[in-house]
Design a protein around this ligand. Structure first.
Ligand SMILES: C[S@@+](CC[C@H](N)C(=O)[O-])C[C@H]1O[C@@H](n2cnc3c(N)ncnc32)[C@H](O)[C@@H]1O
Length: 298
């Protein structure tokens, strides 16, 4: 039995997006449909909902979850970065609101995709298991030492990136690195267990870097942000929850640029974060940051 994913900042998202009856809302990262169910409830039978996920299995399950629901509910297996193309294909108008709740879910964490070094699993890390993305193992064994160091530095902000990349290359000469444990061991071998006084596991940033690189997470985010006004109607809203500083920086910077170029206004001067109560109930919410933007009304 898989642990259901607990939606983070649910009330805060609803407040920000403010879904009204008969509205049209898009969830670009629907997963198990926690946020989606609350939005669908608010828009009612005459509303429209488009839910995307890059994980095909998740979309199949969602179709079952929402099968009895009234109203126009469309669920599509797609990268959210392609939402404009999906809307064109389905002949949809611009939406009243868009939600992105980035990263992976607790359900995926349990699906042995090698997202975490807490368990020994095959190094995969893809959300989209059916597409043609390389796995994390392909990346770890395929990039040059310099390329690996750059990925670890750029997407993990890891200052020991060169030393770690060197060690990975030494290890893979002996044997292809295929599991989370082999990778985590190589990192510990490079920097030592006491690295950063044990505040975080030495492999944390390397795993984050690989996941971002494998799934092109920052490119996807940049693309959808550059197309907001083609996706959302004037007066419509965007809510984005991010879980690490690289993503949050992109959202913050793009929202500022959009405000400067009169594309609309920022709804959250500071990011909305989880209350202590929510963090107690769902520790994953600790690093969540929610930002909102409203597209200018013409
Ligand atoms: C944190 S979960 C979303 C949880 C959901 N909001 C809920 O309340 O149940 C993130 C989901 O985004 C999906 N995802 C990640 N990157 C994606 C992308 N580029 N396009 C579409 N879905 C993506 C993952 O497969 C995962 O199912």
């Amino acid at each position: 039995m898989q642990t259901p994913h607990i939606s983070v900042l649910l009330n805060e998202v609803l407040q920000l997006l403010d879904p009204k009856p008969e509205g049209f809302f898009i969830d670009g990262t629907t997963d198990g449909g926690g946020h989606a169910a609350a939005v669908i409830e608010r828009i009612g039978e005459k509303g429209m909902f488009l839910g995307l996920d890059w994980d095909k299995g998740m979309v199949e399950r969602l179709k079952e979850t929402f099968s009895g629901k009234k109203g126009k509910i469309m669920l599509e297996y797609s990268n959210y970065a392609e939402v404009k193309e999906v809307m064109e294909r389905l002949g949809l108008p611009k939406a009243d609101g868009l939600l992105l709740d980035l990263g992976f879910s607790s359900t995926q964490l349990e699906q042995e995709r090698g997202m975490s070094f807490q368990k020994d699993e095959l190094l995969d890390m893809r959300y989209d298991l059916t597409g043609d993305l390389p796995t994390a193992a392909d990346v770890v064994n395929g990039l040059t030492e310099e390329e690996l160091a750059n990925v670890i530095f750029q997407y993990g902000e890891e200052r020991m990136s060169r030393r770690i990349a060197k060690r990975i290359v030494e290890e893979r000469k002996r044997k292809r690195i295929t599991t989370t444990k082999e990778l985590a061991d190589a990192v510990v071998g490079a920097v030592g267990r006491g690295y950063e006084k044990g505040r975080i596991h030495p492999a944390t940033r390397v795993f984050q870097a690989l996941r971002i690189y494998v799934n092109k997470e920052l490119e996807n985010l940049e693309k959808i942000l550059s197309e907001c006004d083609a996706i959302i109607k004037p007066g419509g809203r965007i809510a984005i929850i991010s879980f690490h500083s690289l993503e949050d920086r992109i959202v913050k910077t793009r929202f500022r640029e959009m405000e400067k170029t009169k594309k609309g206004r920022i709804l959250t001067k500071k990011p909305i974060i989880a209350t202590e109560e929510e963090i107690r109930q769902n520790p994953r919410s600790r690093s969540a940051k929610l930002r909102g933007f409203e597209i200018a009304s013409n």
